[in-house]
Design a protein around this ligand. Structure first.
Ligand SMILES: Cc1ncc(COP(=O)(O)O)c(C=O)c1O
Length: 395
């Protein structure tokens, strides 16, 4: 008899975001007027100079295996980029290049977590985290947050969650799905609590260049005492509209980076040589395209916030970065004296009845909320929000 899939595959669930994308595509194929506020990727194409660099690689034989942790040329380029943009110093041997930020996160979790180790994860969280922590045989310790606190954790809350088994604390800034950010002061306030533990800090900064209202990126790695325990993660996906190229990097102390590189070399040999070559161009060029895209996102943020913040009984912190809004919506049902059906049902009804694709908050660890992505045109945002508003009014 043929065996069933391994137990580890049953411990984790699949990425529901991709299933919504599939259902949205199916409805579109049926000719339905579907509008999408569900996707977690820029709606821009990769800027031309980066595409040209990719084509150059294909045409000039840059198509072979590379060093497992990424080419030295790319790691040097990333090192200079981080120095330039973040004022952080990482030598090439403190850098691993992987197939996207998600792959860097997976590598770091597998390199750092022993079975039973606790990983503190603030909610709402990027939905891959609990599953990847479980895959690494760690135990996710979820910290609930509130929209009135911009969905951020407090030092007291972190202190209460830390135990002798805490191996890692995940801090995502700007966050997906809340799009809120930790300021320098807010990270500094967490630092003494973190320093009382022995935990790593996984600093997921894949949205570091999508910040609004003149904000500057604040990283745990900026705090000298935290630098040695910070595992900094970023990627080309959101910054350079390169989601499909699958290229990300992780930085930290060289021993843990080397451990992650060892795992990667066995699992994937190396990231794509073509994507690596294109990324040298992306991180080294004048960064004008990046800034143009950021400005467009900021305008869309203003637009969607001006609409959603006026909806009655909805709590929605203003997005400070990334391209999401994460309103708490259960108050609408409460005000109508009706039972809240849960975010999955709401999201499915919006898709099937109003043809608007959103993401249910439950997949991000908050069933009272729903995620809208504003990586969409102004027209789509306006029309989709109009349909959603109508759905809410009819409750
Ligand atoms: C917070 C966060 N981290 C990491 C990722 C992974 O991005 P990628 O693997 O495309 O670099 C995402 C993608 O949505 C994200 O939202």
């Amino acid at each position: 008899m043929i065996h069933s899939p391994a137990e580890r595959t049953t411990r984790i669930s699949s990425a529901l975001t991709l299933e919504v994308v599939a259902r949205t595509a199916a409805l579109k194929a049926e000719g339905k007027p579907v509008l999408s506020l569900s996707v977690g990727e820029p709606d821009f194409d990769t800027p031309p100079p980066i595409r040209e660099a990719g084509k150059y690689a294909i045409d000039h034989g840059i198509t072979h295996y590379t060093e497992g942790r990424g080419t030295l040329a790319l790691r040097k380029a990333i090192s200079s980029k981080i120095e330039r943009d973040q004022n952080l110093s990482y030598a090439p041997d403190q850098i691993i290049v992987s197939n996207g930020g998600k792959h860097v996160i997976t590598n770091f979790l597998l390199a750092a977590i022993n079975p039973g180790d606790e990983v503190i994860l603030p909610a709402p969280y990027f939905l891959a985290y609990p599953e990847l922590i479980k895959l690494a045989e760690g135990v996710p310790v979820i910290l609930e947050t509130e929209p009135k606190n911009r969905y951020l954790i407090s030092p007291e809350q972190l202190q209460r969650a830390i135990t002798p088994k805490t191996k890692m604390i995940v801090l995502v800034t700007p966050n997906n799905p809340s799009s809120t950010t930790y300021s320098k002061e807010e990270i500094a306030a967490l630092a003494p609590v973190i320093l009382k533990s022995n935990a790593w800090v996984l600093a997921d900064e894949v949205y570091e260049h999508l910040l609004y209202d003149g904000r500057q990126q604040a990283s745990p790695a900026h705090i000298p005492e935290l630098y040695e325990r910070t595992l900094y993660v970023s990627s080309t996906s959101k910054t350079y509209a390169m989601t499909g190229w699958r290229l990300g990097w992780g930085c930290g102390p060289k021993e843990i980076v080397a451990a992650a590189a060892k795992l990667q070399s066995q699992m994937t040999s190396s990231p794509s040589a073509i994507a690596q070559h294109a990324t040298i161009e992306a991180v080294s060029n004048d960064q004008r395209d990046r800034e143009e895209m950021r400005k467009v996102f900021e305008k869309r943020r203003d637009l969607i916030y001006s609409i959603v913040s006026k909806w009655p009984h909805v709590e929605a912190p203003k997005p400070e970065g990334a391209f999401y809004m994460f309103p708490r919506i259960d108050g609408i049902w409460k005000a109508a004296g009706k039972p809240y059906p849960g975010s999955l049902k709401v999201s499915m009804q919006l898709l099937e009845e109003k043809y608007v694709a959103t993401m249910a908050g439950v997949v991000f660890g908050d069933d009272r909320a729903i995620r809208f992505s504003f990586a969409a045109s102004d027209e789509t945002i306006k029309e989709a929000c109009g349909r959603i508003e109508k759905y809410f009014r009819d409750i």
